[in-house]
Ligand binder design. Structure first.
Ligand code: PMP
Length: 391
């Protein structure tokens, strides 16, 4: 058998399990309504929480930066790929997050990989929530540190892991700020208290919390008023910020260490100046006004309440990420397909992204959705939900 036969066999297995999905190729950009096969669909699966991908100020900033710097950055950050605009973005991000410093990476995924693999060595232990994002899991895999997984948000298990690991040099507790598949919020105050009791480091991935939680979208640390007590805050520039990239915010020493050790930072060409410029514009929009965030929460809370009233199981959601728990993977994908026929795009999420019996359609409400959009979605969900016996 040649290697392509092995790969084809893998794909056959996925098909048998109903998990083979061709990529959806859209005919219009990220927005609340998007075109697919000539049809407009209401978009309920995008991370563009505040609709900033289309904001005129971001577009203008990006175009200006292209005029000034060109379209690419030409090198990795440590050679000729760092411009004033990168520096400015990092200073703004640090201020936004209330930290001494911040370092920008090419994506949120590589930020987690780069940071965890740099700061953890064989004498350390990382204690990680079982539902943390794949990039945290992969970051941990890249280290020689000992690892311990605690059941989702289970503070007793976390405390036990901290007690059992007292001989290690550094203990890092890693958690998502908002969990990406369930839309629930990490119990950060309890985590911080335990970290302080056992002298551990708190590492929070705020990919879905930045621009969403806290004053002006500053994230989970601000939301819980834990300023100065969370050591490392990870963020992405690809969701609420509307662009692409990731960052780590924390101490200046951490930043300098990452500049020298984080391999995705060292060996991959820097983010384009136009992306940095658009991100700066996004942060200034967030700092100027919290109107978009207020709209996001108003939309999300109203929509979740209505879904529950209709009888849907929205799991533990308490943010704009609102799953409808269905269970069986094949049924989940059929439900998603039926919604699409009705005009709503809502991605089905099944094993291995979530447990085999926890298939769900994950809805993401944004500030761009109008009341009419959301009531259209609710009508479709009610119709299809009844067909499927979910409500
Ligand atoms: N962390 C979490 C919790 C995420 O949900 C994601 C995005 N799926 C990432 C990190 C990766 O971010 P990015 O898309 O910027 O690589």
């Amino acid at each position: 058998m040649n290697y392509l036969d092995y790969l084809a066999k893998d794909l056959e297995l996925l098909k048998m399990e109903g998990r083979f999905r061709p990529i959806t190729v859209w005919e219009s950009g990220s927005d609340s309504w998007m075109k697919l096969n000539g049809r407009r669909l209401l978009q309920m699966s995008s991370n563009n929480y505040l609709g900033l991908t289309n904001h005129p100020k971001l577009k203008e900033a990006a175009m200006k930066a292209i005029e000034e710097y060109g379209v690419g950055s030409g090198s990795v950050r440590t050679i000729t790929g760092t411009f004033h605009i990168h520096d400015e973005l990092e200073r703004e991000l640090a201020e936004f997050k209330g930290t001494e410093a911040a370092l920008v990476f090419q994506s949120g995924f590589t930020t987690n990989q780069g940071v965890l693999s740099s700061i953890l060595g064989p004498d350390d232990v990382v204690i990680s929530d079982e539902l943390n994002h794949a990039s945290i899991i992969d970051g941990i895999k890249l280290t020689k540190a000992s690892r311990s997984i605690f059941a989702h948000k289970d503070m007793d298990q976390l405390e036990k892991a901290l007690k059992d690991s007292q001989s290690h040099r550094t203990r890092v507790i890693a958690t998502d700020g908002v969990f990406s598949m369930d839309g629930d919020i990490a119990p950060l105050p309890d985590i911080v208290n335990l970290a302080e009791k056992y002298d551990a480091i708190v590492y929070v991935d705020d990919a879905h919390a930045s621009g969403v939680l806290g004053k002006n979208g500053k994230g989970s640390t601000d939301h819980f008023s834990l300023h100065g007590r969370v050591h490392i805050q990870i963020g992405t520039l690809s969701k609420a910020i509307g662009c692409v990239g990731g960052y780590a915010a924390g101490a200046q020493v951490l930043k300098e260490h990452l500049i020298h050790k984080a391999r995705p930072f060292l060996f991959s060409t820097s983010p384009t100046p136009s992306v940095a410029a658009a991100c700066l514009a996004a942060i200034s929009i967030l700092q100027e006004s919290s109107d978009l965030i207020a709209k996001l929460w108003d939309n999300a809370n109203g929509f979740r309440t209505e879904l529950k009233r209709l009888g849907f199981d929205t799991g533990a959601s308490e943010t704009p990420i609102i799953p409808i728990i269905i269970g069986d993977p094949a049924k989940t994908m059929r439900f998603s397909d039926r919604l699409q026929q009705e005009g709503v795009f809502a991605q089905g999420i099944v094993y291995p992204t979530v447990a085999m019996d926890k298939g769900r359609v994950r809805l993401i409400v944004t500030a761009r959705h109008t009341k009419e959009d959301l009531s259209f979605a609710l009508d479709c969900l009610q119709k299809v939900g009844r067909e499927f016996g979910l409500i």
